[in-house]
Design a binder for this molecule. Sequence first.
Ligand code: AMP
Length: 426
Amino acid sequence: MKVESVRGMRDILPEEAPLWQRLEAEIRATFALYGYREIRPPLVELAALFSRGVGETTDVVHKEMYVFPDKKGLKLALRPEATASVVRAYVEHGLYAKGDLAKLYYMGPMFRYEKPQKGRQRQFHQYGVEALGSLDPALDAEVIDLASFLMERLGLRREGLLLRLNSIGCAGDRVGYREALRQHFLPRASELCADCQRRLAENPMRILDCKQPQCQPAIRSAPKSVDHLCDACRHHFQQVREHLDALALRYGLDHTLVRGFDYYTRTVFELASRELGAQDALLGGGRYDDLVELLGGPATPGVGFAGGMERLVLVLQAQRGEQTDETPELACCVVPIGDEARKKAIELLARLRRAGVSADMEYMGRSLRKAMQVAGRRARYALIVGPEELEQGQVKVKDLATGEQRLLELQEFSAAPEALRSRFPR
Ligand code: AMP
């Protein structure tokens, strides 16, 4: 029986993995620069966490969540996003008790039963930050600055990026805004798709997330959330914008940007790439000032964002074009000549690795000529271990880039690790 991978879930093969590793390392380093520390919540949570936190009527929970009972009938879910999990952990472990701002970041797989297409999968990977404990609009701007600086640091061209910004106000503002939306959409109900007709009854703000072409005219003429902000929210948004200006971060106001989760309040934003197709959002985020309390903690504001790894990989691969990395994976390939020499080669191989020289050997029973060809593809140097050289207490090192050869004394393998490493500069 041939078993294939599940639709929408993809293997990241060794050719692509180095790019992922580089991105992950740069993301971690950048988050640390801004004072974030890593948190690793589990992939499986109670389904109720997301129906409460993200919202029962959101597409992510309503249509896309992987939900299953465990052996005791407990309703579990594969996490579709991580903010709810981070906030759950924050409450469960009393991280608020220190009375300070908690700055947390995460990275890992998320699961949504969506229709797979370019840049959209059912298992995908997100990196994100959450700053919990402050209402300061400077923090909203800092989170947006972090997102934007991160994209630049990862090598995305600034001119290819688009920052979209909006404010959807506090829970109080949304009562009036929802009603305004209902009044607007009700007479246009027949123009809307079936999903939006349901949303109109359940949660009219979610209509603004709809991507169906038939709903776009009604969405474009819809009332704007910024016209329904209370004084405090309007002032907050104004200050966020002033901070963004001070940081020279350019943005466009997008009145239809409400983001797909119910927990958002006030600032919402999205960073998109002109180099991606229909799925152009690299990352998105905003404030969620009620979520901690909703999940059982003390009233605590929060702000953060999440980005998609796959989309980064797509943009960077497109920017890089066909250019591939020619650096060999290994410093050294050990090529023994004959059985006696092979024993010594195995010992030298172990010494090289312990000294921190990446090295491998031929295990496929290839001829010397073939083994040298393989070494040429995989390594910078070939360490040729032959009976004649061994008799002299030596081995031969061939620089596979220049073709130069030199002899190396066996006693060098017992020297300090740095000394041995210095014999194989890359
Ligand atoms: P969200 O959690 O929906 O706010 O999405 C945040 C970011 O995650 C998006 O901007 C995308 O970059 C990425 N993303 C969301 N859903 C998917 C998916 N199904 N496949 C790949 N990336 C995704």
